[in-house]
Design a protein around this ligand. Structure first.
Ligand code: ACO
Length: 429
């Protein structure tokens, strides 16, 4: 509720704008009536100063480097919780008691299989298709396979769609991977926990049983948790915008996956590892730091910088520790890529360019090293991000649908094109 106002003087006319006060974070100037009262729009490409909704789900303090899900700091959830418990927290707002958790676990586990016809759907794709390309198509096609959970006005259908998406995304991501390497699909194994099941579906082959290492499953679960939500980022805003038209949840999540794919967003984990591998050795780091600082060179340090964090990304800290642990478990402590990453981080954090622009490693800087050590090819990094983020997208989508003041998202524009002009016949141009 607004208890303060700001007055904008527009051509001699005073317009009072309510100031909305959040639980945490900067106040928001409520400009909803500005166009009606002042006949002006606001101009904010990239939404650098615009809150597009109110939300109770995730809070980020970019200056302090803090991230909370429903009020709980990410470091505590990373240390004490599990991904499925975090899913419950994000979806329903509170941590579950034992009975609620057991029930949720069963509901998710019972939905892990995909419609058998979907297996055939995959064979329409080229084998060399990027797994993200396959995922955008297959997740969008879920609306064709599960039409009984596409009515967004029915709370029960919304709930079933949510559970289906959380349960089936690991199956679909693993199928996308298996298809790309020419191996048969593995069915989910409901004896296994969420992370172990995903690892098993990815790495088990009919000729050889895959034994899930519990420590690696824990690291996988942690990676899922760290990526579960991140308030109104590009893909989440895409999901909300798509959903604001009344589109069904499967179509909205497919839109989120498409947006996540870009290298400035979720695609950065693949780009970061490829960059570290290209650098190759510590002695080549200064050359790449120089390229990143050169205004005439489009090169950027991938996995560095963030729109919101102007301090350490708290997820990157946990990721760095996990990288050390996972490489230790796998007996590859002398990993050259990790050495390059740590040295690159050290040099960049002492360099005036990065210090002045407040550019720190983000979540993608170390995640690729862990995933690669586990055996995933770089093309699977973003699909793993997508399956982890699905719960965040769904939670935000559900919040938006339940909001009584919800409207279709429809930004305005500052038109700078040609003024009205008359059509010229081809012979006279
Ligand atoms: N390397 C070198 N310079 C950088 C980097 C970088 N990684 N990131 C930002 N800068 C510089 C920019 O050149 C710009 O300099 P200028 O002010 O002299 O023009 C300044 O820092 C600000 O950068 P912007 O692009 O304006 O910042 P914005 O908030 O729009 O972008 C972004 C944030 C896209 C994440 C950017 O830092 C970037 O491209 N990073 C690399 C890609 C990456 O790691 N993305 C993952 C993001 S996290 C996630 O999606 C999970």
């Amino acid at each position: 509720m607004a208890d303060k106002t700001a007055t904008l003087n527009l051509g001699g006319k005073d317009i009072d704008l309510p100031i909305l006060t959040p639980t945490k974070g900067p106040d928001c100037l409520d400009i909803r009536k500005l166009y009606a009262q002042g006949d002006v729009f606001t101009f904010d490409p990239g939404f650098t100063s615009t809150a597009a909704c109110d939300s109770t789900i995730t809070y980020i303090d970019g200056d302090k480097g803090e991230l909370w899900y429903r009020g709980y700091p990410i470091e505590q959830l990373a240390a004490k919780s599990s991904y499925l418990e975090v899913c419950y927290l994000l979806l329903y707002g509170e941590l579950p008691d034992a009975a609620q958790m057991a029930d949720f676990d069963t509901r998710v586990t019972r939905h892990t299989m995909v419609h058998e016809q979907m297996h055939k759907f995959f064979s329409g794709f080229r084998r060399d298709a990027h797994p993200m390309a396959t995922m955008v198509g297959v997740v969008g096609a879920m609306s064709a396979f599960y039409p009984d959970s596409t009515d967004i006005n029915d709370p029960m259908q919304r709930e079933i769609a949510s559970i289906r998406l959380i349960a089936k995304l690991p199956t679909i991501a693993a199928m996308a991977y298996k298809y790309s390497v020419g191996q048969p699909f593995n069915y989910p194994d409901n004896e296994l926990d969420y992370a172990s099941n995903f690892l098993n579906m990815c790495f088990s082959v009919p000729a050889e049983k895959y034994k899930v290492d519990p420590a690696l499953a824990r690291a996988m679960d942690l990676i899922f948790t760290l990526h579960a939500d991140h308030e109104q980022n590009a893909s989440t805003s895409t999901v909300r915008l798509a959903g604001s038209s009344g589109a069904n949840p499967f179509a909205c999540i497919a839109a989120g996956i498409a947006c996540l794919w870009g290298p400035a967003h979720g695609g950065a984990n693949q780009a970061a590892l490829e960059m570290l591998q290209e650098i190759g050795s510590v002695d080549r780091i200064p050359e790449y730091i120089g390229k990143a600082k050169d205004k005439d060179d489009p090169f950027r340090l991938m996995g560095f910088g963030h729109r919101v964090y102007k301090n350490f990304d708290p997820r990157a800290k946990v990721m760095k520790e996990t990288a050390d642990e996972v490489l230790g478990i796998l007996g590859i402590e002398k990993n050259e890529t990790l050495k390059v990453a740590k040295e690159l981080e050290r040099i960049a954090l002492e360099d005036d360019y990065f210090v002045e622009k407040k550019l720190y490693p983000n979540v993608d800087f170390y995640s690729g090293i862990i995933l690669s050590a586990m055996g995933f090819p770089t093309s699977m990094f973003t699909p793993i991000f997508a399956l982890s983020r699905t719960v965040g997208w769904i939670s935000q989508w559900k919040e938006m649908i339940a909001d009584p003041q919800g409207k279709i998202g429809r930004p305005r524009q500052l038109y700078v094109g040609a003024d009205r002009r008359d059509y010229v016949e081809k012979s006279k141009r």
